[in-house]
Design a protein around this ligand. Structure first.
Ligand SMILES: NC(=O)C1=CN([C@@H]2O[C@H](COP(=O)(O)OP(=O)(O)OC[C@H]3O[C@@H](n4cnc5c(N)ncnc54)[C@H](OP(=O)(O)O)[C@@H]3O)[C@@H](O)[C@H]2O)[C@@H](O)CC1
Ligand SMILES: Nc1ncnc2c1ncn2[C@@H]1O[C@H](COP(=O)(O)OP(=O)(O)OP(=O)(O)O)[C@@H](O)[C@H]1O
Ligand SMILES: [Mg+2]
Length: 298
């Protein structure tokens, strides 16, 4: 594990007085609807706290004023339920380094059709995408959307993983062989990187399997996965910029994913030390800076 953490350290860009705003990452989160406003906020603010310079949220119009009111740091576009959603999002794509698709998106068909268009436009531009939550629901309906797209990382929880596995491999996963199941799902999707979250996180790009068992806690409040996907948005950008020479030949996306899993679990650990059972995802986000320093700036 220590060896992989060292690879994560290698991809982190140095802070420098010569860089301009935006160079360390402009991240877009696609998600947020009437029901769910916390998830896209957690993902987008986590991207900033990890070190991105700008964080955008593309959400349904009902969610926008709520998300804006949580934070003045986020740039919020109320476009997802508009008939011109894809066009509106496409205007921003040339300026974004990575997209995180799915936190708090919901499962409304019209919204999902727009997100499908945004995903296709992102692929056409070769933009890396992290797909989580209801974005994974969409992928389970249409695996062809990300089939073979080497710049995609999927971050399913237990439920999302089994849904995806069923849809892609047309049979139930073997719960006694999680390594094999993650490896097979990644291979079946054409070597898309898959991160199965759980007691231990299992990560694969269809060739290599990594396990992250960084100590977290037993507290399972909602939103921890959103912290992970938002952090991963930035790390994916940094890893691709650094390239395989900085990751010792390992897949940059796998190294980025290992970094996001370790960081999320360390935030959980630190927040739990202070708040115990009352720990919430906001408490974990408050730990991002210290957790990042502890793991990656030693
Ligand atoms: N504050 C906010 O705005 C937040 C909003 N969020 C947003 O909510 C949306 C839906 O996301 P989701 O994760 O609830 O949906 P999904 O994966 O279908 O799970 C549904 C059911 O699966 C089960 N289940 C889950 N884990 C399991 C396990 N390990 N082992 C076994 N079972 C397990 C469990 O079923 P139950 O225990 O109720 O039977 C659970 O109820 C999505 O947009 C997301 O981003 C969240 O990000 C949180 C913060
Ligand atoms: N049993 C566990 N023990 C320790 N850590 C866990 C456990 N289950 C999940 N985690 C960690 O919690 C984080 C989020 O995983 P989880 O499975 O809760 O995602 P999620 O259901 O998508 O969360 P969200 O509520 O944001 O949608 C990951 O970093 C994962 O490593
Ligand atoms: Mg989730």
């Amino acid at each position: 594990m220590e060896n992989t953490l060292q690879l994560v350290r290698n991809i982190i860009p140095p802070l420098s007085s010569t860089k301009h705003k935006g160079q360390d990452g402009r991240i877009g989160v696609v998600g947020g609807c009437q029901e769910y406003t916390g998830a896209p906020y957690f993902a987008a603010i986590s991207a900033l706290k990890v070190g991105a310079d700008l964080s955008h949220v593309f959400c349904a119009s009902a969610a926008a004023p709520v998300i804006k009111a949580y934070s003045p740091e986020l740039i919020v576009h109320p476009v997802l339920d508009s008939p011109s959603a894809v066009h509106e999002a496409e205007k921003w794509l040339p300026r974004l380094h990575a997209l995180v698709v799915g936190p708090g998106l919901g499962r409304d068909d019209a919204l999902l059709r727009n997100v499908q268009g945004i995903l296709e436009a992102s692929k056409a531009r070769d933009i890396p995408v992290v797909i989580d939550a209801d974005g994974l629901w969409l992928v389970a309906q249409q695996p062809a959307l990300i089939q073979g797209y080497r710049k995609a990382v999927l971050t399913p929880n237990h439920m999302e993983f089994s849904r995806l596995y069923d849809a892609v491999l047309r049979g139930p996963m073997d719960s006694n062989d999680s390594h094999g199941s993650v490896l097979r799902l990644s291979q079946a999707l054409g070597n898309v990187t898959v991160v199965q979250k759980g007691e231990r996180d299992i990560l694969s790009n269809g060739q290599q399997v990594l396990v992250c068992s960084q100590e977290g806690s037993s507290r399972r409040c909602g939103g921890q996965g959103d912290l992970l996907s938002g952090s991963l948005g930035v790390l994916v950008h940094w890893a691709l910029l650094a390239g395989p020479e900085k990751t010792n030949g390992s897949s940059p996306l796998l190294v980025a994913a290992f970094g996001a899993c370790s960081l999320t679990r360390q935030c959980n650990h630190q927040a739990f030390q202070k708040h115990g059972r009352s720990t919430t995802t906001s408490d974990m986000i408050a730990e991002v800076g210290a957790a990042f320093s502890k793991l990656f700036e030693t």
